[in-house]
Design a protein around this ligand. Structure first.
Ligand code: SAH
Length: 213
């Protein structure tokens, strides 16, 4: 299946019906072809609103969840953004059309290598993909205007809170793995952090240390 006019219309309709209304987010979701991030047999389901398996036992999130998280992040054109959980690179590619500079981290070297090749093939030069344990953030590039985490931790990791600039926003799932988690939005104010619960979600866990592959 190709991301033709008909596939795009259905894909965007599904996003709108989940409450995605931000025109810039819808435009980015329309421009980035999800099939480029899904390999093999599953590619034919790339435009369905479902999570799909990728390498290393990980998953590419459901498009409506990607879009809702992106909308909640409210990325501005001059923003420097950190993503923890590069996976296939799909979320980072969407962010790259909205912000100035995107840093995306994964604990699996092979996922990062594949995502880099995909970004190069799509001419998305403002993304830097890094193999590291993202729970420590990326101190050498901090502070960030926006931080998004696409794996679930029990609580927001302290180093990520510390690397969010005052006025910045972080969106992440929190909760025990394998149970229902909450998607939360954290705003850093002059005086502290504001937490807002957005909806129930289910993500793979944030795991410490580097992966084997
Ligand atoms: N955003 C991805 C999907 C992420 S799946 C996409 O658009 O395809 C979650 C990813 O988080 C997995 O690839 C997993 O390897 C990664 N991850 C889990 N714990 C991590 C950690 N501590 N540091 C960096 N990446 C981590």
């Amino acid at each position: 299946m190709s991301f033709d006019a008909d596939a795009k219309m259905k894909f965007l309709y599904a996003l709108r019906s989940h409450g995605v209304t931000d025109a810039r987010v819808l435009d980015a979701m329309e421009k980035i072809d999800r099939a480029r991030f899904v390999k093999g047999l599953f590619a034919e389901r790339a435009y369905a609103d479902m999570p799909l398996p990728i390498a290393c036992g990980q998953t590419i999130s459901q498009p409506s969840v990607v879009a809702l998280m992106t909308q909640a992040l409210d990325v501005q054109p001059r923003d420097k953004v950190l993503e923890v959980g590069c996976g296939s690179g799909y979320q980072a590619a969407i962010l790259s059309l909205l912000g100035r500079r995107i840093y995306t981290i994964d604990r699996f070297r092979s996922l990062v290598a594949e995502a880099r090749a995909t970004f190069a093939g799509m001419d998305l030069p403002n993304i830097t993909a890094i193999t590291a344990d993202g729970s420590h953030g990326l101190p050498e590039q901090a502070p960030f205007d926006r931080i998004i985490v696409t794996a679930a931790a029990e609580d927001p990791p302290g180093p990520l809170l510390a690397q969010l600039r005052v006025g910045g926003i972080m969106v992440l799932p929190v909760g025990q793995s394998d149970t229902v988690q909450s998607l939360i939005r954290v705003r850093r104010e002059e005086t502290g952090f504001d937490y807002e619960e957005l909806r129930a979600v289910r993500f793979v866990p944030l795991v410490e240390g580097l992966g084997q592959d």
